[in-house]
Each structure stands twice: as C-alpha cells, then as structure tokens.
Design a protein around this ligand. Structure first.
Ligand code: ADP
Ligand code: ZN
Ligand code: ZN
Length: 736
C-alpha cells in the first residue's frame, strides 16, 4: 500500500445513530495492523470516543476531505474476536439497534475507556500507604501520574493494567517511588487444577441418561435441545454430566440464568463438582472484577462461565456448549435500550460456533415448544422427579362465597394448620408487594393516584408511605382525604405486607418470613432470607415471584397461590402463559424430598378452562392448548411481532410521530404484514411521559425484518422524531 493512502477504518461509535463512521487509520507503530474488533480512539464532534473497528478498507465512499484521522489504535489484538463481532453485527441488524450501542453493551466498562487491555496480565495495581498519602495531598505534578493515583484511590481493590490509560513507564515511575504496588488480584474464583472432583454415586434415571447421550452425541456440531422437566426432575444433574467431559477436553461451557439470585446456588453445585476456574458475570461485580472474569473467559482460563443475560456476549476461546437455564423466563429479554433476547442469541451463537445449545425449563416457553414442533429443536423430557421425590398434587380452591379475610380462606387455613402440625413448611405466593394496592376514601370514593403515572399508589403501611410501583415516586400517606377532608382512608386489596401481618395474627406460634423486593432491598438480605427459609426456622414463607424462581426449599410441603385471578384477564396475550408458568414454578417448591407436596390455587374462576387444564392435565397439556389459541389468532410464535414505541411529555407528540411512522411504513408493507395503531400504551402515562405504540405483525419474519430495515433510516430523518423518544422492540415479550 502506498504510504500516502492510509487505511480506512469503519468504526462503531457509542452513539444512538444507526450507522458507522469512517476514519483514516493512525500511523502504525511496529507491525501492529488495525483490524476488526480492535478499539480505536477517535475524534467525534468535540469529544474523543472509544470505538470499535468493524472493518478496514482501502477506500471510503465519504469524500477524503471529510474523513478525520483516528487518534490511536488501543489494542494489539482484537478485544472482540471474529465470532463475537459477527454475533453483534447480526444482533444489531435483527434487533434494529445502533451498532455502536450494541458493541458498547458487549464490552466490559473498563474497556469502554481508553485503557489498554494488558494482554493476559491478571495482576492489579494498587496504592501503597505512601501512595495514598500522596494521592490525598499532592495532586498532579505529573498529570498522568496524578491520574493513576486518583483512579487507584477510587478502586481500593486494585485495577488491572488495562484499566489505566497511561504508558507503562508512568506506572514504573510510580512503582519506583513506592507509591503503587503490583500484585495478584484477590482470588475471585478457584483456579487451576483441571481434575474434576468425583461425581456422586448417583445413578442417572433412564430419561436423564437419554438426555445426556443425546446432547453428548452432538458435541462438536450445532443442535438446539429443549430439556423439559418438572422442578426436581434432575435437569441440573444433566447439565453437570454434560459439562464434565467437556471440561476434560479443555472446552468451555457458558451457562445463562435469568436472575442473579439464582447464581449462588448453581455456582456452589458447580464448585462441589468441578475443580476448574469459574467465571461468574453478574451485575454485582465491580468493573475490574468484571474485566477479570471476562478476560478469564476470553483467554480460556475459566472453563465454566456463568452469568445473567448480558453474559451471552462473553468471549470464549474454546466453546463447547451453551446452556440456558429457565429458558422461559422473561428476564432473559432485555427490556430497554438494546432489546435482545439472550436465549435467542444463544441459539444463534451456538449455530455459528457449531456447538450444541441446551435450553432447560420446567415450563418451556411456547416459542421453544413451537420450535420443537417445527423440528428445529429436539425435545428431551424428564417426566418424573429424581430419586424418590413425588410430584405435588395441584388443587383449585373455589373462593366464591367462602368466608375469607386477607386472602386466607378457611380451607387454606385448615390445610396450613395440618401441614404445620406435621412439621411441614408452608409457602404462600402473592405477586403483589406492599400493604394494599389501593388507598380509598370511604366517605367520597377518592383514590390515591400517582401524579406521574396513570396508576394507583400502593400503600406501604410500615413506612406510612404511598409508593408508585411503576415510576418509584413516593409520598407520605395522606391523613385526610384531599378531596373531602374525611379521615376515613382505607387500604383496599391485599399485598404481601398485609398478608404477613394477618399471618402473624392467625399463626402466632409459627415464625413468618416475607421475601419480596421490599424486604430484600439491601445487599445480602436476599441471601440471608433464603438461607433462613431453607434452614426451616421460618415455618411460613410468604413472597412474590422472587420466591417462585428456582430456589430449593426441601421442607416445604404446602404451597398456596393466594390469588390466581390476577393473571387471568389481561390485555397481554402472554399473560396466561406467564400465569401457568408461575403456578407450576411455585408448585415446584413443594415436596421435593420424601414429603409429598400439596398445592392449593385460590381463585374465583375455578371453571376457567386454562386453570382446569393446568390442574388436571399439567403444563404440557396447557401449553398445547395455548399454542393452538395462538395459532388461531395468528399471534407469536405463529407470527413475528415488533413494537415501535414513542414517548414524550406531551400526549400528542408520540401519536403524531407514530402516525407519520405509519405513513412511512405503509408503502413498504407486503401482504403478509399488518400494522396496528398507533394506540396509547396500556398505561399511557408513566413517570410523567405519555406513551404510544405502533405494532407490526407478520406471518413472515423476513418480511418484517426487511420492512424494519427500510423504515429505521426513514424514522431517523423524520422531523417528528425529534420531539419524542422512540425505540423498536423486535419480538417484544412485554406489550405494556
Ligand atoms: P432440577 O434442576 O430439575 O430442579 P436437580 O438436578 O436439582 O433437578 O435434582 C433435584 C435433586 O435430585 C437434587 O438434589 C439432585 O442431586 C437429585 N438427583 C438428580 N438426579 C438424580 C438421580 N438420578 N438419582 C437420585 N437423585 C438425583
Ligand atoms: Zn374523601
Ligand atoms: Zn408513578
């Protein structure tokens, strides 16, 4: 290449613009060549930003005079390898999200800054006592030294080389002065020894054996599996048996879970079984811990990588298998910003990598069951509980005409008494926190509403507060009705706080433990509460869906769903699927060991076909019926959906924008595609903003993709767009 014709870098920049930017490559140092996946520092407006090179080219379509020079290439090797870049490019296109933001989302925070990555160097730099004194009283003789001292002062746990944006010479100088030290990080995971601990002497059931054999047969090639088995049927044991031989072959296994709360349990089971380094990626890590875990995965040092949805973007050196646990869970879909489904990306990534992917659940999503029907996924079933444990019996409790206080019907109280007397533990489920969802004036009918949302305030009695569960605003409880002045303000309806109080009165001899977002807000509180629940000390457990997910409570013999009607009549077509999943998940907490479980479901609609089917014939029968309904209504998974949302502080702006969007879209619409709206969101005003949406529905996924691809650039330049915040949600899981 002639020296007067520098390379053109196509760069993804963290900005909400749907495009990449061309820069001229900076002068090359040594033999390092800029390449896709490397970070680069570039001028952008008046700022300098860290971007990622998407591609390098000889020519740009941008006139030469308009192309700026990149300032420096920050890496000597790609931080995002070819596989990962391919995944991110695809995800940006499929989810219609700006590439720069997609790539930024995949990078650990410390790599979004201009530090160098520092190769395989795991050591961290820390302030010494002398350095701490300096950093306090002597800022900046040498600016770069001062910067390092300030950064290290803010990170007492130490920072890796890659987080410090200065040449090594600066660090050496500080080291010579005795102000900083460099050493091994505190161990965040057991390291090294590859020998796995002996598996327990536990004979796999026939179904487990078949599942393990089916997946093992596909090691080294792509195949998606759906592992369906009730709670306690031994799914996790299947995971462990699959991981074992892969680790022996030096392969890596990526395990995704929907919630961070579920990781400790799984990690402890992994640690008991495997003596390998485990990288756990979750939101509780600080930036340097996260970078270390990321590096450990990228370098192949960590063989087991466990994390919540964003862990799908973890680089892997020698991938062997991806597991998505609780694949039905809505938390696997990111609901804001870059709205991706970690489960669907897992399948895509596995396909590109040529490795199997295993989706596990007691209550598979209708999407995955549909993919089984289509022959895309293979269905593995564990029909029974492992060992001797019995599957609990489900029974509907007809609430109509029952004497009842605080959602505790007589038959339920009788059953609770019976189980408690026999030493069983009782778990009550109610998906509504707070004392009561409505505060009503008995004199005039006034109801406390949120000032910023179209929603009622929830009464939190212990804190004497009204809180909005949609925008988080709160205020002291009114003592007098603002409308008529009466003091007769009463809480209507039941939340967990009220039930807790009722339980303490009804069952004074039995300790009650409430687990919901209000009782577990602070760090460590959830773990402590779960430990207390498992210890059996608390006899009555009461909680929201936090309690329903994945946790094992071996002594629970009675589970009650206090109010199943909540999910029966909703505008969201997925509500019934969610309700069924939730009921079965909660039911799965009962009778795991030798104690048979009993599950009671309170409802005013015992004749509801969904509940009937679920109780009498189980989740698989329910799912078949629900799929049939979706097929008839042409709803997902029988159609593809996308939602264009807009919001603004004025109600007419989002509607006007979406009307304009509709007009832009209409000429692009093919026969297989329908537009619905614009309509106001089910809760139009939230946090002071008015929200509306336009829905796209297509029987042909490709047609929808093509339309969106053409529409997005038009939306970007649409005048009305400047007055709203808009976003596209492809395959939305939440329609509100
Ligand atoms: P799941 O992940 O489906 O909830 P687990 O794998 O956690 O199920 O298994 C539930 C319990 O049964 C665990 O205590 C596990 O050790 C035990 N278990 C699993 N498989 C077997 C088996 N084949 N024989 C005996 N016990 C088993
Ligand atoms: Zn009043
Ligand atoms: Zn609100």
């Amino acid at each position: 290449m002639p020296p007067d014709e520098p390379l053109i870098l196509e760069v993804a920049i963290p900005s909400p613009l749907y495009r990449s930017f061309d820069y001229r490559a900076p002068p090359v140092h040594g033999d390092i060549r800029p390449a896709a996946g490397m970070r680069v520092l570039v001028p952008f407006g008046r700022r300098q930003l860290v971007g990622v090179i998407l591609a390098t080219r000889r020519h740009s379509s941008v006139p030469g005079s308009k192309i700026k020079n990149a300032l420096s290439v920050l890496d000597t090797e790609p931080v995002l390898g070819a596989n990962l870049m391919e995944l991110l490019n695809w995800a940006a296109r499929y989810y219609q999200h700006p590439i720069g933001e997609v790539i930024t989302a995949a990078l650990p925070v410390l790599l979004r800054k201009a530090g160098s990555r520092g190769g395989a160097d795991r050591r961290v730099w820390k302030l010494t006592d002398a350095g701490r004194a300096r950093s306090a009283d002597e800022p900046g003789r040498a600016a770069r030294q001062a910067l390092v001292l300030a950064q290290l002062a803010a990170h007492p746990e130490g920072l890796p080389r890659s987080a410090l944006p200065v040449p090594l010479a600066v660090l050496r100088a500080l080291h010579q002065k005795g102000w900083v030290s460099c050493g091994e990080p505190l161990a965040t995971a057991s390291s090294g020894a590859s020998a796995n601990r002996a598996p327990p002497a536990l004979d796999l059931s026939h179904a487990q054996q078949q599942a393990v054999a089916a997946v093992s047969d596909c090691f080294g090639s792509f195949q998606a599996f759906l592992l369906e088995g009730v709670t306690g049927s031994g799914k996790t044991e299947v995971y462990l048996r699959l991981i074992d031989p892969l680790l022996a072959q030096q392969r890596q296994v990526l395990v995704l879970v929907p919630e961070i709360g579920l990781t400790p349990q799984l990690v402890s089971r992994f640690r008991k079984r495997f003596a390998t380094e485990i990288a756990v990626l979750h939101s509780g890590l600080n930036d340097s811990q996260r970078l270390q875990a990321w590096e450990a995965a990228a370098r192949g040092r960590a063989q087991l990588i466990l994390g919540t949805r964003s862990a799908i973007f973890t680089p892997l050196l020698r991938p062997g298998l991806i597991i998505v646990d609780e694949e039905h869970d809505a938390s696997l879909k990111q609901q804001e910003g870059f709205r991706y489904s970690a489960r669907d990306l897992a399948v895509w990534r596995a396909q590109r990598l040529g490795i199997p992917v295993l989706l596990g659940s007691a209550t598979p999503s209708l999407e995955s069951l549909y993919n089984v029907h289509q022959g895309r996924y293979r269905h593995l079933q564990l029909p029974e509980r492992a060992g001797q444990a019995l599957v609990p019996r489900l029974r509907l409790l007809d609430l109509r005409g029952q004497p009842m206080r605080d959602l505790l019907s007589e038959p339920l109280v009788v059953a609770m008494d019976r189980h408690l007397q026999h030493g069983g533990q009782v778990l009550l489920f109610l998906n509504r926190r707070g004392f009561s969802p409505v505060l009503l004036c008995h004199a005039c009918g006034w109801v406390a509403e949120c000032k910023r949302c179209d929603a009622r305030m929830t009464l939190h009695q212990r804190h004497a507060e009204l809180r909005c569960h949609h925008c988080g605003s709160q205020r002291p409880v009114d003592r007098f009705c603002p409308s008529c002045g009466s003091s007769e303000l009463v809480g209507i309806g039941e939340g967990t706080e009220r039930i807790e109080q009722a339980l303490r009165e009804r069952f004074p001899a039995h300790p009650v433990l409430r687990i919901d977002r209000d009782t577990t807000r602070r760090k460590g509180e959830l773990e402590a509460a779960l430990a207390e629940a498992r210890s059996g000390q608390a006899r009555i457990l009461l909680g929201t869906q936090m309690l329903a997910k994945g946790h094992h409570f071996p002594a629970v013999t009675l589970v009650a769903v206090l109010d199943a009607d909540q999910g029966l009549f909703s505008v969201d077509f997925r509500a019934s699927e969610r309700l069924a999943q939730l009921i079965i998940q909660v039911a799965g907490r009962a009778g795991r060991a030798d104690k048979p479980g009993e599950v009671l479901i309170q409802t005013h609609h015992p004749e509801h076909p969904l509940l009937q089917l679920l109780v009498e014939r189980g989740y698989p029968a329910f799912a078949e019926a629900a799929l049939e309904e979706r097929r008839e209504a042409l709803l997902p998974p029988y159609a593809s959906m996308a939602l264009l949302r807009a919001e603004a502080t004025r109600a007419d702006y989002p509607r006007d924008f979406l009307l304009a969007a509709r007009q832009l879209a209409e000429p692009l619409v093919q026969a297989s595609l329908q537009l619905w709206g614009p309509v106001a969101a089910p809760m139009e005003r939230r946090a002071g903003r008015y929200r509306a949406q336009l829905m796209f529905q297509a029987t042909d996924r490709m047609a929808l993709q093509q339309l969106l691809r053409k529409l997005v650039p038009l939306l970007e330049s649409e005048k009305q767009a400047r007055r709203v915040r808009w976003s596209i949600d492809v395959d939305p899981v939440d329609l509100t």
